[in-house]
Design a protein around this ligand. Structure first.
Ligand code: AR6
Length: 174
């Protein structure tokens, strides 16, 4: 889908394998250390220098985003954002929207042209997938209208079912 000059797309895949993307987003923990899920995969692929670098950027607050180098990943940058724990960090809709908004703001400050997001908070943090999808898509769509450097926003979904849901919703948003 095109919003203004920005292409928004969804694919099924692994966030650590986005070779053609300048910045990938990490569904991080507050300490910006390894953890499981996306954070585990990103730290494993980037190498231990990533945890060294992010030490000085931590802790991050819920909804905040910070940028680091990509180290051994194919991406120049990693943008780390801390999603809300569903049912605990409230209002969770606002916190989750802030994750997407602040990641995009950091990307624009860094003059990044392409960015890939995982489905933040929908794993260990328990956010219901459908509700999280609506927030992700509407926040990114609104941002795309005023984007400056960003030309491509990609959602990378881990399962076929999650991808299908994004695909269907992306085709219906205006
Ligand atoms: N590529 C793309 N998506 C993935 C990948 C991958 N390699 N691995 C998992 N997903 P999660 P959260 C999907 O738990 O809910 C960590 O331990 C997954 O299916 O990574 O924000 C951190 O240290 C799910 O839909 O992130 C934090 O403590 C989505 O990515 C905490 O978990 C997010 O799952 C963050 O929890």
């Amino acid at each position: 889908m095109k919003f203004g000059d920005v292409k928004i797309e969804a694919i099924k895949g692994d966030i650590t394998k986005q070779d053609d993307i300048e910045a990938i987003v990490n569904a991080a923990n507050a300490q910006l250390q390894m953890g499981g899920g996306v954070a585990g995969a990103i730290h494993a692929a980037a190498g231990k220098e990533l945890a060294e670098e992010t030490k000085s950027l931590a802790p991050v607050r819920v909804g905040e985003a910070v940028v680091s180098g990509g180290h051994n990943l194919p991406n120049k940058y990693i943008i780390h954002t801390l999603g809300p724990v569903y049912g605990f960090n409230q209002p969770e809709e606002e916190f989750l929207a802030n994750c997407y908004k602040n990641s995009l703001l950091v990307a624009e400050e860094t003059n990044i042209k392409s960015i890939a997001f995982p489905a933040i908070s929908t794993g260990a943090f328990g956010y219901p997938f459908e509700a999280a999808t609506e927030i992700a898509l509407s926040t990114v769509r609104d941002f795309a209208k005023e984007a400056k450097s960003i030309q491509l926003i990609r959602f990378v979904l881990f399962s076929e079912k999650d991808f299908q849901h994004y695909h269907d919703r992306l085709n219906s948003i205006k």
